[in-house]
Structure formats: structure tokens, C-alpha cells
Design a protein around this ligand. Structure first.
Ligand SMILES: [Zn+2]
Length: 367
């Protein structure tokens, strides 16, 4: 009997999701069908829902997903990105993108912007493509999608975080370079910021300073490895002065911005010592241009890099990190696990109102 799939369709900001049932399409050569088990709502999903960012509609949101292989078409990959077997029944996570693997962008490590790009949880529903997001019972994985099998006993809400949050943070640490003996400042203690604290801790950073405007989020950052926390609203003085007070005489040479706030990014660059690097990750919505002092940038030999999404190397690093450290930090505490596909409207409303690090949506049979 032909499979059907329930899916939650997003029609635009301010409009409720509608739950519909569609036939699961016959797979094309090279494709893989996954039965979604769990999806966490990324901040960009919430921003699309609220209208802060735009997406072509109708669409299926949700790109932090974990599921189980339900079907492998002819020519589907027999091995994953770590060269492990892939079989029906295996639990997998997959990258947010599929793109042509031999392009120049793919060769220089930016496949997530390469030609033929297809992004899960971001594409419009068309007659030829319906199941390509996390808020549906099934997802069709296209050719050239990096897939990773996960055997470790990681809970579904925690595993779902891998293919956006953890992989993006892994990408920002790749760009920052080795952290050993370096002081790191992390702006924005939301999901990415606290994961960055944990990954920096495991990468042997010297001192980790987390910056935010909410004490509760800073307390979470400490649970995930931050040595010091600074509240930008109540700390007193400039960020540079506050950093100087907590680590006098020491240089900060890595700045990671997940806040996306222009004044915070400017302050972050202003804190960096000679040879410092700032990686900007959070500003994925329209905003004013940054004011950067070019003379300071030149005299201090600073590097400024931007990163959107991640590549296969980062994705693998994310899975490796979570397999090794999922019990070292309280990741499960970051996900509110009480919603199902049928209560997707409530999940989004809760995500916007609560300020929770993540809201999870359990998908599938028995939920
Ligand atoms: Zn995301």
C-alpha cells in the first residue's frame, strides 16, 4: 500500500499552520526516504513564523531533524559521510543542504551556497516536491545530501539539535582555528552561544567569557562551560572595560557572535587583541551596517569572517562532538519537549513567547 504523510503547512506570518495528508511520492534515483522522529524549532523557524524573515510559501518549516531511514531508492548512498553503512531502519541526521558536490564553492568548503542548492525546511511546496522539512512524518532526501548515521544512545530532542545548531557552531570554531591557550568571548547565550561555550571548553580554550543581556541565559552558559559571564545591560562600562576587569592584562583573540546585534558585534571586535579573529554568525536578518574602525582592524591585524550554515566537515564534527559529550553537558534541559505535530501552532506560539532555547516537536506514530 502506498504510504501517506501528514505534514504541517506554513502559509505565511500570522496564519495558522494547516495539517494535511499527502501521498509519499515514489523516490527518484539516488533518493532516500526518512521517517521523521523529532524536530526542534530553530530560531530562524520562529523568525519566519513571526515575519522577521521571509520564506517562500506554502512551505514546510523545520530543519533540525532526526529520523529513521524508511526506504532507499536505487542509487541511494550505501555509506554515510563517515563511511558507515546505511540501511533501512538506521537512525540518521542529515545536513540542511544538498548541492552539486564538484562546484568551486563546494571545493573551497562552502557547499551550502553551491549551485543546485536545496535547503531542507526552506523550500516552497510544489507539485514535484512536497516532503522536504521536519514538520512532516516523512522527508525525501535528495542526491548529494550529507547523511550521518547515529548509533549512540542520545535522546531524540538532543540529537535533533545536531544538524543546525551544533553543526553551525562547529563551523564557527573551524573558522576561528585552534582554541588552545586562547581566550574566547561568545556574544549571545541562546542555543548557539551555549553550545559554543561547550565546544570551546572541549577544544581547550583558556578562558571563556559569555555575553548576553539576560542573567538566566548567562547562568545557562555557565552550566555549559563559560568561566565568566557579562550582562551587557547591567555590567557597567564598556565591554572592553568589563573584560579587562575579569581577565586583567590578558588578550581575547577569538570573538564569536551569535547575538546578531550590531552594537554587540561592534563591541566584540573592539575587545579583540592583536591577531584576533571575529566570526559573525547571528545576524541573519535585515539590520543596519556595522561601524568598524579600519585603522584598528589593520593595526591589530584582525580578521573578520562571516558564516551562514555549515559544510560537511562541520556536520561530521558536530556528530562526533555530541557522541562524545552529550552526557557532559545538560543538553536536554535546553529543549522543551511537550509538543507534537498536531500541536504545531501551540509549539510556535510557545517558542516565541517563552524565550526557551528550543521547542521540540515529536513526530510520528504513537505521539
Ligand atoms: Zn537553523
Amino acid at each position: 500500500m502506498r504510504r501517506t504523510s501528514q505534514l504541517a503547512i506554513f502559509h505565511g506570518p500570522g496564519q495558522p499552520f494547516t495539517l494535511e495528508t499527502v501521498p509519499v511520492p515514489a523516490l527518484r534515483e539516488g533518493e532516500m526516504l526518512v521517517r521523521n522522529e523529532y524536530t526542534t524549532l530553530c530560531r530562524s523557524d520562529l523568525n519566519t513564523f513571526s515575519g522577521k524573515r521571509r520564506e517562500r510559501t506554502p512551505t514546510i518549516l523545520g530543519h533540525e531533524i532526526v529520523g529513521v531511514i524508511a526506504e532507499l531508492a536505487t542509487g541511494a548512498p550505501a555509506r554515510d559521510a563517515r563511511d558507515r553503512d546505511l540501511r533501512v531502519g538506521d537512525r540518521v541526521t542529515w545536513a540542511i543542504y544538498a548541492s552539486q558536490p564538484n562546484s568551486w564553492l563546494a571545493k573551497v568548503g562552502i557547499p551550502q551556497k553551491g549551485p543546485g542548492l536545496f535547503k531542507y525546511g526552506h523550500e516552497p511546496i510544489t507539485p514535484n516536491s512536497t516532503l522536504h522539512g521536519g514538520l512532516a512524518e516523512y522527508c525525501v532526501l535528495r542526491r548529494h545530501t550529507p547523511v550521518l548515521r547515529i548509533d549512540a544512545a542520545i535522546s531524540l530532542p538532543v540529537m535533533a539539535l545536531i544538524n543546525c545548531s551544533v553543526a553551525t557552531v562547529a563551523g564557527s570554531l573551524r573558522l576561528a582555528g585552534p582554541l588552545t591557550e586562547r581566550n574566547v568571548i561568545i556574544a549571545g547565550a541562546g542555543m548557539l552561544g551555549v553550545i559554543a561555550c561547550a565546544m570551546s571548553r572541549c577544544a581547550d580554550a583558556r578562558r571563556i567569557i559569555a555575553v548576553d543581556i539576560e542573567d538566566a541565559r548567562l547562568a545557562t552558559a555557565r552550566e555549559f562551560g563559560a568561566d565568566f559571564t557579562l550582562n551587557l545591560r547591567s555590567g557597567g562600562g564598556s565591554l572592553k572595560d568589563q573584560v579587562e576587569r575579569i581577565i586583567p592584562g590578558e588578550a581575547v583573540t577569538v570573538g564569536l557572535d551569535y547575538s546578531g546585534m550590531p552594537e554587540t558585534m561592534e563591541a566584540l571586535v573592539g575587545v579583540l587583541g592583536v591577531g584576533g579573529i571575529a566570526i559573525l554568525i547571528g545576524a541573519t536578518f535585515p539590520q543596519r551596517p556595522l561601524q568598524i574602525n579600519a585603522e584598528q582592524l589593520i593595526r591589530n591585524v584582525h580578521t573578520l569572517k562571516g558564516l551562514h550554515n555549515y559544510n560537511e566537515q562541520d556536520f561530521i564534527a558536530a556528530v562526533n562532538f555530541m557522541e562524545q559529550n552529550h552526557q557532559r553537558f545538560p543538553f536536554a534541559s535546553l529543549v522543551v519537549d511537550r509538543f507534537q505535530l498536531a500541536s504545531v501552532n501551540e509549539a510556535f506560539e510557545f517558542g516565541l513567547k517563552s524565550g526557551a532555547h528550543r521547542v521540540g516537536v515529536r513526530i510520528g506514530v504513537g505521539c
